[in-house]
Design a protein around this ligand. Structure first.
Ligand code: AMP
Ligand code: MG
Length: 437
């Protein structure tokens, strides 16, 4: 079937200190968004275990090997229309071309007869072009009189309405590259090559738990000062929409023994661990201390809004090593840090050579205050104005706990690190929600 690919050789597991030393201008107390991405790109080792899955179950998976076309698609020159197959060289330019119909070519089998000068073959869409014929006159153009037809002049050129062998995919040529996500078009393409199953990378397992003593699980009675755990549900959706397997560990109490048990359990099964809450500066909780005790972890203050604090690292359990993403607790900050940092890191873990999605440019309908020196992600509503141009406004309340703003928005306005205030009518970048957010 598919030829084995050379995958990029794995770089050795670098410690966080080694990665930090390689990054120019690394400052854990004021890290730019770009530094975070660069750091994670060096930290994450892709899951390099292959499995073969039936094509019907391959949707959303990441191809583990290049696929070389075993056949050409289409396998023969064939007709793109119902009509009459003829020799293009016989078409007259100044008067109708008269032709004698000598047979009918149906899709699914080759018509075996021979065609002499002045003759044509009735042909159906998809039927193999009879030997020597290169052009199809669509039936609606043709005057038919019994077994004789007339092709009007000036409407057809030699080669029209014929599909060429291999014009879609040629045997022996690469059809899909390793690292491609198998979206519906890729699934169909693999099917067109006759491949019943495909080699894909194993789905990374991602464990998640929420931390914080004020966090209520669903089903618990409301109580003063407590909030329901929404992060568990947003992260579950984000992780699964990306194509990773979720290990849902619920809410973990802010007690050293419970946290230690949770981290140890998670690291024993998962390729990555995501937590929310308890990584802010001055948190009176045990999450940070436990991360530090069990793993190689850096605690960052990122020059961004929302979502300043974040912990990143690795927890080793025997042979296994799990990535760790300690996200802030605020519900919008969780989604924004996921979109900006965790998603690209998980894509790398999946082996997905994801093409960078272009940001949209839209004119801001309002003035936005922005301090240079940090990246801001504002929830935005992009629409087409009456002049047909894209414009964007921000949702009312930009509080980092206001999850309903993520519902009103259809994208995040990304105000870059160096950017200052935005005036009405200025163009801004927008990361559109693409169904994964
Ligand atoms: P923290 O990062 O722990 O200081 O939390 C910041 C804010 O996010 C606090 O108001 C928390 O109550 C809230 N928060 C933390 N975890 C969650 C969660 N799992 N679901 C909803 N809100 C949360
Ligand atoms: Mg907390």
């Amino acid at each position: 079937m598919a030829a084995l690919t050379m995958t990029t050789p794995l770089s050795p597991n670098l410690s966080l200190n080694e990665i930090a030393e390689r990054l120019q201008g690394y400052d854990p107390q004021a890290l730019s968004a770009r530094h975070v991405n660069d750091f994670l790109a060096q930290l994450v080792q892709p899951v390099r275990e292959q499995e073969t899955v039936p094509l019907m179950q391959a949707h959303g998976r990441i191809l583990a090997q290049d696929v070389v076309s075993p056949i050409s698609v289409p396998p023969h020159d064939n007709s793109a229309m119902d009509g009459y197959a003829l020799r293009g060289a016989e078409l007259l330019s100044d008067r109708p071309t008269p032709l004698q119909v000598v047979g009918t070519a149906f899709a699914g089998s080759a018509w075996q007869g021979t065609v002499n000068a002045g003759e044509c073959v009735r042909i159906m869409t998809g039927a193999i072009m009879p030997t020597g014929l290169d052009t199809v006159a669509p039936q609606e153009l043709v005057k038919v009189d019994g077994d004789r037809v007339q092709i009007p002049p000036g409407l057809l050129q030699a080669g029209d309405n014929r599909r060429l062998l291999g014009e879609d995919l040629m045997a022996g040529q690469p059809a899909l590259r390793a690292g491609t996500r198998i979206a519906p078009a890729a699934c169909g393409l693999l099917a067109s090559l006759g491949l019943p199953s495909v080699p894909v990378w194993r789905k990374p397992k991602v464990a998640y738990f929420s931390t914080g003593d004020e966090i209520l699980s669903l089903g618990e009675a409301p109580r003063e000062g407590a909030v329901y755990d929404s992060n568990r549900y947003t992260v579950a959706g984000l992780v699964q929409a990306l194509g990773c397997e979720l290990i849902d560990m619920g809410v973990v109490r802010d007690e050293p023994a419970a946290l230690e048990q949770a981290f140890v359990d998670a690291a024993a099964q998962a390729d990555a661990i995501i937590t929310s809450g308890g990584v802010s500066v001055g948190e009176a909780d045990h999450t940070k201390a436990m991360m530090k005790k069990l793993g190689d972890v850096a605690f960052w203050r990122i020059a961004m809004r929302p979502g300043r604090p974040m912990a990143v690292g690795r927890i080793e359990r025997g042979e296994r090593s799990a990535l760790l993403f300690g996200l802030p607790g605020n519900p919008v900050a969780v989604m924004v840090t996921f979109a900006a940092f965790v998603r690209p890191a998980l894509q790398q873990l999946m082996g997905w050579q994801a093409p960078a999605l272009p940001l949209l440019k839209a004119k801001s309908t309002e003035a936005l205050r922005k301090k240079p020196g940090r990246t801001e992600y504002q929830r935005g509503i992009v629409r087409t104005n009456p002049a047909g141009k894209l414009e964007v406004s921000i949702t009312g309340n930009q509080g980092s706990g206001v999850l309903s703003s993520m519902m009103q928005a259809n994208g995040l306005i990304v105000l870059g690190h160096a950017q200052g205030n935005v005036a009405v009518g200025d163009e801004v970048d927008v990361m559109m929600f693409d169904g994964h957010l």
